[in-house]
Design a protein around this ligand. Structure first.
Ligand code: HEM
Length: 508
């Protein structure tokens, strides 16, 4: 796919700076209290040139060392507050969630393409609360999630089979399985082997989201440009926005119509959408909210789960002794006549600790999604202005040596024994009223994948023409959702017995 982007020039930046100059002055005069500390601001542009172009969490962590756990910068009049430890994140985003739960407006992705209707970008208002209520009914707790355990087990078994037939396509299989599980739960849809039309559509729309929410589009820096008509020179982004809006609409509507027709003829599987339609919902506004909240779950859940599962594979490659310890636990609890299931979970403390460590070691959403402050506020003597964007530096929280000694080492033992270290689920899924609504599903997917994969496969260094690969480097790639950097590995059945478990007919 090719994208036409509008390059940003210094003139653009200066224009944007002048446009917001007035706002800066108003904000800075609103309180006599100081903003939280941070790097020195220049007149008008503030910290524009201090802002990292990617991997923000690294710069944010450096600032944290210099200025403390609550840091602030200003970019073209926009205040940005960075929280580098759990305490201020809980104080502000959880305890004061009534005023810390809005989201920023992203002109290109949100307004022009239409992603503003997705849960993650909705303003904090009634519609957002209704979406969340719907999602909570579905998988708000381990109990409600139980209805979907058979589907999770079945799809993960299909994943094992795909790995057997094409072990070199790990990333594609993980992507397919994550999409398959969510589409099954939200729409009762079973993905096709090979290319699946709904998965392809969703992946295209997500790719477009990633570009349209970046500063590659100047309209994201100068929002007033969104009013420029399409025929004006330089307004090519309006045409792109129209095309991408059509993809998004299709991604939201097609799977919904698919379920609707099955509910009408009585052949729909149990799912988020079919449950709601069977309850008699689905007219006008309700229909809009059902289909957009279902699509929100796909867009929030597919890529994040992929990142977490890939990091698990990489960790098992780098720390084979940990994989062996987990395998010994699985063998002693389950034997090797069947695959693990959710019913075994309580008897597998070490595997559960591997799941937690995978979540911490590689931080899937290193800076979360920014929250926007809805009212002026004071925190520890600092002024937090209305409209400020608050980033939780989740990467730092998960790699703080004071909380997790040797933070780059994968050590599931951290969570076992008399004095376990902090549970990384407490921060990995964000905070307050915006906390990830898919966290119970994410945890379930991670557990069943780790348990089933370890039960039947050995993960070892890749060999090409008899030459062993060197251990992969450990790096988090840029992005709101960060994947581990590329690596390859051998994935082989542990024994003839486990091979027969992989090849067996589906259990569920
Ligand atoms: C390992 C997997 C996952 C991680 C680490 C993760 C992490 C996060 C984080 C950090 C946020 C931002 C929270 C905040 O603003 O404070 C978030 C939001 C969100 N997540 Fe997840 N997530 C994961 C899986 C999922 C899954 C499986 C789903 C859906 C099925 C999902 C759906 C969402 C949605 C819809 C939001 C937006 C919530 C809102 O704005 O109200 N996520 N997630």
């Amino acid at each position: 796919m090719t994208f036409t982007l509008t390059p940003i020039t210094y003139l653009d930046i200066i224009l944007a700076a002048l446009a917001v100059y007035g706002i800066t002055r108003v904000v800075s005069k609103r309180s006599s209290l100081p903003l939280p500390p941070g790097p020195r601001r220049l007149p008008i542009i503030g910290n524009l040139f201090d802002m990292p172009m990617s991997k923000e969490w690294e710069t944010f962590s450096k600032w944290g060392k210099e200025y403390g756990d609550v840091v602030s910068v200003t970019v073209l009049g926009q205040s940005i507050v960075i929280l580098n430890s759990v305490k201020p994140a809980i104080d502000m985003l959880d305890r004061s969630s009534a005023i810390y739960s809005d989201r920023p407006v992203i002109p290109m992705a949100g307004e022009l393409v239409g992603w503003k209707n997705i849960m993650g970008l909705l303003p904090y208002a009634d519609r957002h609360k209704r979406y969340r209520r719907l999602a909570k009914q579905l998988f708000g707790s381990t109990k409600t999630m139980e209805a979907f355990h058979p589907a999770e087990e079945l799809e993960t078994h299909r994943f094992l089979k795909r790995l057997l037939s094409q072990p070199d396509r790990l990333v594609q299989h993980v992507q397919k399985t994550a999409g398959a599980i969510i589409l099954r739960i939200t729409h009762g849809y079973i993905v096709q082997e090979g290319e699946d039309p709904f998965v392809t559509l969703a992946d295209t729309a997500m790719e477009q989201f990633s570009v349209s929410s970046s500063n590659a589009f100047i309209v994201n820096i100068v929002p007033a440009l969104k009013y420029v008509p399409q025929w004006m020179p330089g307004a090519g982004f309006q045409k792109t926005a129209k095309e991408w809006a059509a993809t998004l609409e299709e991604m939201v509507d097609r799977p919904y119509q698919w379920v609707k027709s099955r509910v009408a003829n009585g052949t729909a599987e149990i799912s988020f959408v079919s449950n709601l339609l069977n309850e008699g919902l689905g007219r006008g506004e309700e229909e809009f909210e059902i289909k957009w909240s279902a699509a929100s779950l796909y867009s929030g859940g597919a890529d994040t789960t992929v990142s977490a599962i890939l990091s698990f594979f990489k960790a098992m490659l780098l720390w084979p002794e940990i994989a062996q310890k987990a395998q010994a636990e699985i063998d002693s609890v389950i034997g090797n006549d069947r695959l693990p299931t959710f019913a075994d979970r309580d008897q597998l403390p070490y595997v559960n600790a591997v799941v937690l460590e995978a979540l911490r070691w590689h931080t899937v959403a290193p800076t979360g999604i920014p929250h926007r402050v809805m009212q002026d506020n004071i925190y520890n003597g600092y002024f937090i202005p209305k409209g400020a964007l608050v980033f939780a530096n989740i990467w730092k929280m998960c790699h703080d040596p004071a909380v997790y000694p040797d933070p780059m080492v994968f050590k599931p033992e951290r969570y076992l024994g008399q004095v376990p270290q902090m549970n990384p689920s407490d921060m990995s899924f964000g905070f307050g009223r915006r906390i990830c609504p898919g966290r119970v599903l994410a945890d379930a997917s991670l557990f069943i994948t780790c348990a089933m994969v370890l039960a039947v496969y050995d993960i070892s260094p890749y060999t090409e023409n008899g030459v062993l690969d060197r251990p992969p480097t450990v790096e988090q790639m840029p992005g709101l959702v960060s994947h581990p950097n590329k690596f390859r590995c051998n994935i082989k059945p542990r024994s003839k017995k486990t091979l027969s478990l992989i090849e067996a007919e589906d259990q569920s």
